[in-house]
Design a protein around this ligand. Sequence first.
Ligand code: GRF
Length: 218
Amino acid sequence: MSERKKIAVLISGRGSNMASLISASMDPSYPAEIALVISNKPGAAGLERAAEFGIETATVDHTEFSGDRQAFERALDEKLKARGIEFVALAGFMRLLSSWFVTQWRDRVINIHPALLPSFKGLHTHERALEEGVKLHGATVHFVSAEMDDGPIIIQGAVPVLEDDTPDTLGERVLAVEHKIYPKALALVASGRAKVKDHRVAIAGEDTEQAGPVLIWP
Ligand code: GRF
């Protein structure tokens, strides 16, 4: 087996996507190992969850840097490099990363967003999807650029929007898809099959036989 890539997951909250990555990485044939979980929020529930899995955790509290984003990001960068981290997966990490950080980690940071990008960047995606009356909604895993919720798309998963959905019911349906696509996206990136080319992601060895409509709704 080729060597597993060392991953850090950055969180700010409950860490359900982090847990889905950790669970996937328990399979020895998975190409990535979650070596470190960092939260910018002390006491984030995800930290405890990671520790229960036996994963090393750290906190880099952004409020301790008196508004100096560069200093916060340098502290993050140092922790990642000290642990030999090769790729970073953002999972509900609620800080924007500057172009300095993104350049340091070019094509090595991925994020999950609860909408089909480029629609519904930012917060409250489920409320906004319901307001707009879209029939399909979903989640996206993408490489991170210095723009919010932007960057080459690796995977998207779609769900139908049902007549009686509330932001919560729709959000639950999307979250279930997030937990499926994030481990798949990380595997594609860590194994080197997903590569950025001209601001788009090319996936090596994808089974094009299966191409066709995956979800049409209603
Ligand atoms: C997820 O919906 C993710 O897409 C978004 O923030 C939420 C984090 O949830 N970026 P969790 O902490 O992974 O449970």
